[in-house]
Ligand binder design. Sequence first.
Ligand code: GBH
Length: 445
Amino acid sequence: MTNLFPKNFEWGVATSSYQIEGAALEDGRTAGIWDAFCEDHSRIADGSDGAVACDHYHRFREDVALMRELGVTSYRMSFSWPRLFPTDSPEPNEQGVRFYRELFAALHDAGISVMATLYHWDLPVWLARRGGFASRETAQVFADFATRLFSLFGDDVDYWVTINEPSVIASLGYITGEHAPGERDMAKAMAAAHHLLLAHGLAVQRFREAGLRSKIGIVLNLVKYVPDSPRPRDRFARFKLDLFYNEWFLSALGEGRYPPLPAGFLRRAKCHPDVHHGDMEIIAQPVDFVGVNYYTRARVRAAHCPSQMNCVLADDPGDEATDMGWTIDPDGLRDVCKRVYRTLRKPLYITENGAAFDDELTGGAVHDEKRTDYLRRHIEAVEQLLLDWVDVRGYYVWSLLDNFEWAHGYTRRFGITHVNFDTGERTPKDSALWYRDFIRDHRRS
Ligand code: GBH
């Protein structure tokens, strides 16, 4: 059997702090914006929150053992900022530091490399009170946070990620308000997007100054947008969504400029972010790799909807979708990766890819053929990318565990491991067993 995957290709699984850790107010952690957001239970599908989640804070050894059994080579996780810095004091919370040290030691013993994200949406409330990412000052506070983590964990982390999905934070957190902090304000969204990118760039600067051997990059969520029809207005609607969710970030990081705005409507609406002299150079400084999160393609149609730039998402009749309603399109992964590689010319890691399905635990097993099929087809797309000379160096399944799926609470299961949220019990699904066998057959050491 031909094996195209290069030596040192990372086969991984991914999670994030608020979605799995629980222990929300234990051992000195203070509230983050998601704790605060969930207090209004109407915002979360099942009225839940991440206070307990997968209880990974207490069960991390079991979770590392699960990963070892899967044979993964790498684990992508994120730090909980309010756990490490519960107040604005520069002194870290020792119990928080101890948790991550023990986690990294366990991973190290299991021979699993670490990809650590500095910001996967777990912002301390003390910083949100100062304006959060809508405020420029937060970019500096983030850079100080990053510097402290570089010195605390240094080369225990193999791959540092600055920010997870700036476009999703800006859109769901500041335009639709579906995510924390729940704002609906286009000007704030554009400001937040700029400050997230600036925070990224400042952290990369600090990383270079720290002289670590490990690598640093950013993770972007890319959606493949297609027009709902060949009509010009639908094609222009597609162009606008692609501009704000994809091109805006690629252009800033790759070329050090924001793309020109069609019709100048953002400027007229006074939504263009306030870019200071020198910001774009900071944002565009070279990274070591780029992470791509890919889930779906989306069809776009022009319609009267001023809050969404007169673009709406159309159903994809006849196409298979996951339980999120997201169309399954493995070729989309190829398309977005080729585009990122063409514009940024850096090694790529698929830092998230996976699917939510309504799984049933029967007789100690979960027969999630649809998820296995989803993963297999997307991994085949990665093989195609390698044949197309795209430098893909790793693939991480979202997610190791069923977890707190943001506004969907516990109603959507993305895990390859089933979690019983009453008992905390973990059960590898059939997809996990398939992934284990696939890795065994394809990893080279
Ligand atoms: C990721 O975000 C997050 O990093 C992770 O924490 C989360 O659990 C995971 O995905 C699963 O949701 O245009 O309506 O067809 C993914 C962000 C934003 C990706 C919406 C898909 C397009 C949906 N998603 N996007 S649509």
